[in-house]
Ligand binder design. Structure first.
Ligand SMILES: O=P(O)(O)OC[C@H]1O[C@H](OP(=O)(O)OP(=O)(O)O)[C@H](O)[C@@H]1O
Ligand SMILES: O=c1cc[nH]c(=O)[nH]1
Ligand SMILES: [Mg+2]
Length: 213
């Protein structure tokens, strides 16, 4: 894991990088794209949960008593930004099946590039939870910033963003608006184009996941 700047980390694990290359390819179809996004999210979850606190417990094996470790009562919630964030949810739930799932519906207006909110539903006890927001693309950063504005009203324990590809512009915006949020991504690309798309990126993540367009 590389520290890109304070609170921004890039996962350089070979499996993550290999799978990211496959989803960037314009010839990768929706079925394979979906499977790969889920797999990358699962691999990223493995790294993101590295510092979860453990506590000691005693259990009885068939042979004797063992002092072992279990995760000590941290409560997690994952919050995909619709639509594209949905593609990452199952990857996280495979490793953290007890996590609650909130949803934030935002789409980016193609003209203004500003996020438009259309749905929000979070777990009731957000204030007790560590939150991981999921969205494959951090472009201008407007959508992620709006999502954290919303979630912060509920005073969660901590905030993380997991994305696949980030633009430098999005990182700048998010770390300025929300310096307390830890950002995890698999790549920081070159720039945004005139339509606010990440270059070289992977295109429109939502459309590629769901086969729209
Ligand atoms: O950083 P930003 O400039 O805000 O752009 C990133 C947002 O754009 C995409 O969503 P989109 O608006 O395409 O909606 P969709 O997921 O429904 O396709 C993407 O999934 C992010 O949510
Ligand atoms: O490159 C981009 C930018 C925003 N949303 C996407 O899906 N892709
Ligand atoms: Mg989209």
């Amino acid at each position: 894991m590389i520290e890109y700047k304070k609170n921004v980390y890039v996962f350089d694990h070979p499996l993550i990088q290999h799978k990211l290359t496959l989803i960037r390819d314009k010839n990768t179809g929706s079925k394979e794209f979906r499977e790969l996004v889920e797999e990358i999210a699962m691999l990223m979850a493995y790294e993101v949960t590295r510092n979860l606190p453990l506590k000691e417990v005693e259990i009885e094996t068939p042979v004797g008593i063992a002092k072992c470790k279990v995760i000590s009562g941290r409560k997690l919630a994952i919050v995909p930004i619709l639509r594209a964030g949905l593609g990452m949810v199952d990857g996280l739930l495979r490793l953290i099946p007890a996590a609650k799932v909130g949803h934030i519906g935002l789409y980016r207006d193609p003209q203004t590039l500003k996020p438009v909110e259309y749905y929000c539903k979070l777990p009731q006890d957000v204030h007790e939870r560590d939150i991981i927001v999921l969205d494959p693309m951090l472009a201008t950063g407007g959508s992620a910033s709006a999502a954290f504005d919303y979630i912060k009203k509920y005073n969660p324990q901590s905030l993380k963003l997991m994305c696949l590809i980030a633009a430098p512009e999005g990182i700048e915006r998010l770390t300025t608006d929300h310096p307390d949020v830890e950002v995890y991504c698999a790549a920081v690309d070159e720039k945004l184009n005139d339509h606010g798309y990440i270059v070289p990126g992977l295109g429109d993540a939502g459309d590629r996941l769901f086969g729209t367009k």
